[in-house]
Design a protein around this ligand. Structure first.
Ligand code: URA
Ligand code: CA
Length: 435
């Protein structure tokens, strides 16, 4: 087989076979095929697309390029949730104990990564004592015992994706549905989940800014998942404004606690119930979405989800006392209000820019080496559609630095107050299931 022929074939819009896709992925992972030929193939895929079969074959080849996690010693159907990334997305912290409280095993492997705030692990580490440095055997033991545990990334998962993603980054081929879908799905599948719920975000703070693109990506990922034998569903949700009210690590833990007690923000609660009910159905603990949702609502109302969160924290060394007293979480030195400079209705809160503001405070990592400040971030008092009076606080800035002029300027630029009426964006745009 020759890489030249594969490039030519894809350039001319023909479909690649399983052997050809395997040849290209293995050869690239093993440094036998040079970047320039892979770049040409990626560009051909960008223009010519891939069939649903090709996408599934590409995903499987990437899964097979490295280690895979074996969760077969965990009883039950392991359902994982993946979000394409947003600002102030606190859902994992809530969903893990919530669905576990219904007996759904949650074996969460998570990274730290770059972003506006830390990842799930960083957020959880805001709880004093909580740690994810456990062995695979301990991890599996904890999920069997408590139905929920979190571990840091282990093993050499999908090395092909790592190489391809770096190459796409410098060859203008990131933005391709078959390449994005196979990249995300390969990582989920290698992590060992039996079933997958996807939260595909759309809007200013999302990777997919347009609803139509988000829908295409969701359909592509659902198709791949089901073709490779993992029951997969997707929700398309709004990320034009930040989710919930808190953006920041400890602040989001507090928000998760409130939500698990039934006192969380409306949008965050609704998204958790929507994603959670899909997880419960895929885990075969309920037959319909409606039934699953009712079960979840019940476990919030009767305190079981909240209790499950404490069990989860304690099992990994965390001080479960924070659940009853969130003031035990790291606190910022300065809490500064941002007053509205006019009266009216909030018409826009640009999610991405609010994420950047949180990062300027130190809530996220700019480079892999950056230190995160777990205490800092933003808490919104107003969301799109809320009315506000001049001088009233729009949000509280939690900071350890007192020089906030740049952050304040960024925030004022990213929030719009208008005199007229305002369309509040939908939270859930669509649900995508197997065709
Ligand atoms: N996230 C991924 O993991 N892969 C992509 O290709 C794009 C976003
Ligand atoms: Ca939030």
């Amino acid at each position: 087989m020759r890489m030249y022929d594969l490039i030519e074939k894809k350039r001319d819009g023909k479909n690649l076979t399983q052997e050809e896709i395997g040849y290209f992925i293995d050869g690239y992972t093993n440094d036998e095929i040079p970047d320039y030929q892979v770049s040409a193939l990626l560009m051909a895929i960008y223009f010519q697309d891939m069939s649903e079969d090709e996408r599934a074959m590409l995903t499987s080849a990437m899964v097979n390029s490295g280690d895979t996690i074996d969760l077969s010693n965990i009883e039950g159907i392991k359902v994982d949730k993946h979000s394409t990334g947003g600002v102030g997305d606190t859902t994992t912290l809530i969903l893990a104990p919530l669905v576990a409280s219904l007996g759904v095993p949650v074996a969460k492997m998570s990274g730290r990564g770059l972003g506006h705030t830390g990842g799930t692990i960083d957020k959880l580490e805001a709880v004093p004592g909580f740690h994810v440095e456990i062995t695979s055997a301990e991890f599996i033991g904890l999920v069997n015992k408590n139905k929920v545990a979190v571990i840091g990334q282990t093993g050499n998962l999908t090395p092909a994706d790592k190489k391809l993603y770096s190459l796409r980054d410098v060859t203008a081929t990131v933005n391709s549905i078959p390449l994005i879908a196979s990249s995300i799905m390969s990582k989920k599948i290698a992590s060992g989940a039996d079933a997958i719920v996807l939260d595909v975000k759309t809007g200013a703070g999302a990777f997919m800014k347009e609803l139509d693109d988000a829908k295409q990506l969701a359909e592509a990922m659902v198709s791949i998942g089901n073709r490779v034998g993992r029951n997969t569903m997707a929700v398309i949700s709004d990320m034009s404004q930040p989710l919930g009210r808190a953006i920041g690590n400890a602040l989001e833990v507090k928000e998760a606690i409130e939500t698990l007690k039934g006192q969380g923000p409306k949008d965050l609660t609704e998204l958790c119930l929507t994603l959670g009910s899909q997880m419960v159905v895929l885990a075969e603990k309920a037959t319909t979405i409606e039934e699953a949702r009712q079960m979840l609502e019940e476990n919030i109302a009767n305190g079981k989800a909240f209790e499950q969160f404490k069990i989860f924290l304690e099992a990994q060394g965390g001080d479960a006392g924070v659940a009853d007293d969130p003031s035990l979480l790291p606190q910022a030195t300065h809490k500064i209000e941002l007053p509205a400079n006019t009266s009216g209705t909030v018409s826009e809160i640009v999610a991405n820019d609010f994420g950047t503001a949180a990062m300027m405070l130190g809530a996220g990592r700019a480079t892999k080496e950056s230190e995160i400040d777990l205490a800092v971030g933003l808490v919104l008092h107003k969301k799109v559609g809320d009315s506000v009076k001049e001088g009233e606080s729009l949000l509280t800035i939690h900071a350890n630095d007192s020089d906030l002029d740049k952050v304040k300027e960024k925030l004022y630029q990213s929030i719009t107050i208008t005199a007229g009426s305002v369309d509040v964006p939908s939270l859930i745009y669509d649900r995508i299931t197997k065709k």
